[in-house]
Design a protein around this ligand. Structure first.
Ligand SMILES: C[S@@+](CC[C@H](N)C(=O)[O-])C[C@H]1O[C@@H](n2cnc3c(N)ncnc32)[C@H](O)[C@@H]1O
Length: 226
């Protein structure tokens, strides 16, 4: 598990180039992954959604076009970018500094919770999942978008080469933070297979956990209910 202070320091440093790197490293596909999360939630305008580990707010801003959304992160430089991006859009988005492992919300507050590319970075995944469950209302849904492991055999080797050899170099050239992108590669490879994440959700107390692979399994969306 990564240490929280190291994770925060790393994201403080990569924040200025975070959006650019996302677009380049995913060849722009990351936007469609986030859109698919929003579609999977069938939101209505009265829904209250909590987006955790919101970073620069890309998922939260999509959600805010359909429902009320509170976006939280513990990295200042990411949050200020999320705020700046939401300011121009007149979106129903509130931005708050909060640690996913100790959320400043009452029990049973939100209809939906989302985490995009954040669960992998939590210092304690079980604790994070339990804390999210606490603030979801009974029947509420959690959706997790996270890197996964390609299920197509032919994609596994090229993807490993991309993660280990190409991604850190691109990260270094574009943001001068090659170490952050080496961490990204390591954390993706060390992250549980989607079936195991289903088990982790059940162990944390969720029901009906399932998942859908996208882009040949490079990422997966998990959904589970309180
Ligand atoms: C890879 S970024 C993902 C950002 C955004 N969700 C996206 O889709 O681009 C991971 C984010 O998780 C945040 N994070 C990691 N651990 C956290 C925690 N315990 N509480 C709040 N935020 C956390 C980091 O600050 C960082 O902004």
């Amino acid at each position: 598990m990564p240490e929280a202070s190291a994770v925060r320091e790393m994201f403080e440093a990569v924040a200025p180039r975070y959006d650019l790197l996302n677009r380049v490293l995913s060849l722009g596909i990351d936007r469609s992954w986030r859109r698919e999360v929003v579609e999977s939630l069938s939101l209505s305008s009265s829904d209250r959604v909590l987006d955790l580990c919101c970073g620069t707010g890309d998922l939260a801003l999509e959600i805010a076009e359909h429902a009320e959304c509170v976006a939280c992160d513990f990295t200042w430089n990411m949050l200020t970018r999320a705020r700046a991006k939401s300011a121009g859009r007149n979106a129903g988005l509130a931005v708050a500094a909060a640690d996913t492992l100790a959320l400043p919300f009452l029990d049973d507050t939100f209809d939906r919770a989302t985490v995009a590319f954040g669960v992998r970075n939590l210092a304690d995944i079980h604790r994070g999942l339990v804390e999210i469950l606490r603030v979801l209302r009974p029947g509420g849904t959690l959706a997790i978008l996270e890197f996964s492991h390609p299920n197509r055999f032919w994609l596994r080797l090229p993807y490993r080469i991309y993660l280990n050899a190409i991604l850190p170099r691109l990260g270094d050239v574009l943001s001068r933070r090659g170490e952050a992108y080496r961490y990204l590669a390591e954390s993706i490879m060390g992250f549980p297979e989607p079936e195991r994440l289903v088990e982790l959700l059940a162990e944390a107390g969720y029901r009906d956990a399932d998942f859908k692979r996208l882009s040949g399994g490079i990422v997966a969306i998990h959904r589970a209910r309180k």
